[in-house]
Design a protein. Structure first.
Length: 284
């Protein structure tokens, strides 16, 4: 037997040898398996536009609509250098797992959004176009969203943290392409603040699935089901028991109109805001 034939026989024997039996995992073993990888996704060069309309109609027949939403994003030159991140993480002790979506850190404010939409109202059979809202240079810096199972009742529990800067927010009654008449908010800033009401470059935690959960669900009463949106009281079992503080600053508020001097109202500031409790029920 040559060396080549002997090597081939040894290889065939190794391939044909029975593999170790695979054993199924029971529920207890499966419950200990945790993934360590998430999903990252980038919206580099994102743009959208369309003619879709969203309306809310009151019980008496009046309605409010928003339509023709458009949005686009400018980016840094390196795709996936600062993506959104989606992970499923363990919840607080005794609570369900949490779907966590982390926004890009956007330290250099490279990712900037431009957006616009039209809106109007219908009442007494008359539809009135109210104009457009135009958003320029919207920057999100950190923060994100959480989703989980509510601690009580049905629905979806969620959390949200926000650090946001807007270059210009315009309310234009003549439409998105005509800025000659508008109420303009320049330099809008929203984020976390310290005890003195000074921005500390952190997101403002508006809600948290454990320490102060928000919820979207349907509630039933004598009139039937109602859409419900709420934020619960701070829960000291899973946090400090104190609602996080945030701040809002507008660098300048002005009104412009054709042939008229600009009305400049200066700046506005709310040094510290806390959401202690929120309960909104939409009428059926």
């Amino acid at each position: 037997m040559t060396v080549a034939r002997a090597s081939l026989l040894m290889l065939l024997a190794a391939v044909c040898a029975p593999a170790p039996a695979m054993e199924p995992l029971n529920d207890a073993a499966l419950s200990t398996v945790r993934g360590r990888d998430g999903v990252s996704f980038d919206l580099n060069g994102f743009a959208m536009s369309g003619d879709a309309r969203v309306s809310y109609t009151t019980p008496v027949g009046s309605s409010l609509y928003v339509e023709k939403f458009s949005a686009s994003r400018s980016d840094n030159p390196l795709p996936f250098s600062d993506p959104y991140k989606l992970d499923i993480v363990a919840g607080a002790p005794g609570l369900a797992d949490v779907i966590n979506i982390a926004f890009p850190l956007n330290v250099n404010a490279d990712q900037r959004w431009q957006a616009a939409y039209d809106w109007g109202v219908t009442a007494d059979g008359v539809t009135r176009e109210q104009g457009s809202v135009v958003i320029k240079d919207l920057v999100f810096s950190g923060g994100g969203l959480q989703f989980s199972t509510p601690q009580v009742n049905d629905g979806v529990a969620f959390g949200a943290a926000l650090r946001m800067d807007i270059g210009k927010l315009s309310f234009q009654p003549r439409g998105r392409n005509d800025p000659t008449e508008a109420m303009v908010l320049s330099g809008v800033h929203i984020g976390g603040v310290d005890g003195n009401g000074v921005f500390n470059n952190t997101p403002w935690m508006l809600a948290n699935v454990a320490s102060q959960p928000a919820v979207i669900n349907a509630l039933n009463d004598e009139t039937g089901p109602r859409l419900h949106i709420g934020i619960d009281w701070p829960d000291s079992r899973y946090g400090s028991g104190v609602a996080p503080a945030g701040g809002v600053v507008v660098d300048n508020i002005s009104f412009v109109s054709p042939g008229q001097p600009t009305v400049d109202l200066g700046s506005s500031r709310i040094g510290s805001i806390q959401i202690q409790y929120l309960d909104i029920k939409f009428k059926h």
